[in-house]
Design a protein around this ligand. Structure first.
Ligand SMILES: [Zn+2]
Length: 285
């Protein structure tokens, strides 16, 4: 599928990065857009950190379908490529999990990351909404389902992960870094409806607790899942495919991973008392 999005359209979309579903940017939207700035890292702040980047879903089971009928797996794979490049430029050793889209199991992703001695795992996904919000429309002669009600990113951690405290801290750092770039979260996972009902860890920055998410609870290292944007939303589907958007996500990950590594909660290089903190965390969970 060929996409043509002008810079003007992209900026308009960025101005609309709010979860209120309104078509016109409010004063608040404009203020948040003025804070829009991708994180630029200097030097190699992630030197030696081993980061597993998991491409969510597979070729066989593609996950959500976008408003234009593209499987989520393909969005995840493209974003994971950009994230991997930017993390490597920042000095990280990236372990790409399911890069070929042939991994169907969930628990084996954490196991692969463990085998590769990853310091943490980041699972890359793109989001959908509950079926009750979806409506039919026709795009290029084909019928698809869309929902323009919600847009934005979400970050999840699980209290059942063996390194739950570090996972939560990493999720909070990522939410904060994404928010600082000018992106805004979606709140629909907190709705009291079946399949949602997720509690906020931090509402402002879009961080949720997702206790039974298999890829998180089965990973032996700090792990988070990132929903980069809502692809069933017609504008956001186009926005998340922009290189700039993917680099904004990647830059926020560099910043947040660097913060967690400095604090000693991810990796084992810097940070005071990191080793004891990790040992205590394993024992207490
Ligand atoms: Zn997914």
């Amino acid at each position: 599928m060929k996409l043509f999005v002008t810079t003007g359209m992209l900026l308009t979309s960025l101005l609309l990065v709010e979860s209120n579903g309104q078509d016109k940017p409010t004063e608040q939207d404009l203020q948040s857009a003025s804070h829009y700035r991708p994180h630029q890292s200097k030097g190699t702040p992630l030197e030696g950190l081993r980061v597993a980047i998991d491409v969510g879903h597979s070729r066989e089971s593609v996950g959500a379908l976008s408003a234009r009928g593209i499987g989520e797996f393909y969005f995840n794979a493209e974003t994971a490529k950009v994230v991997s490049r930017v993390l490597e430029e920042a000095g990280a050793i990236v372990i790409l999990i399911n890069g070929d889209g042939m991994t169907t199991g969930l628990a084996e992703r954490g196991a692969s990351a463990m085998k590769a001695k990853a310091d943490c795992l980041i699972s890359i996904h793109h989001d959908s909404v509950h079926d009750q919000y979806k409506k039919p429309w026709t795009y290029e002669g084909k019928k698809h389902l869309f929902a323009d009600n919600f847009r934005g990113y979400s970050v999840f951690s699980s209290s059942l992960n063996q390194r739950a405290d570090s996972s939560r801290t990493l999720a909070l750092n990522i939410g904060e870094a994404l928010y600082e770039t000018g992106l805004r979260p979606t709140y629909h996972h907190n709705e009291p409806i079946e399949g949602e009902n997720k509690e906020f860890v931090d509402q402002r920055t879009g961080v949720y607790e997702f206790t039974n998410l298999v890829v998180l609870k089965s990973s032996p290292m700090p792990a988070i899942l990132l929903e980069c944007g809502v692809i069933v939303h017609r504008d956001e589907e186009l926005l998340v495919q922009q290189m700039l958007y993917r680099e904004m996500i990647a830059g926020a990950l560099v910043k947040s991973l660097s913060k967690s590594a400095q604090a000693g909660t991810v990796g084992n290089r810097k940070g005071k008392g990191g080793f004891l903190k990790r040992l205590f965390e394993r024992w207490s969970n």
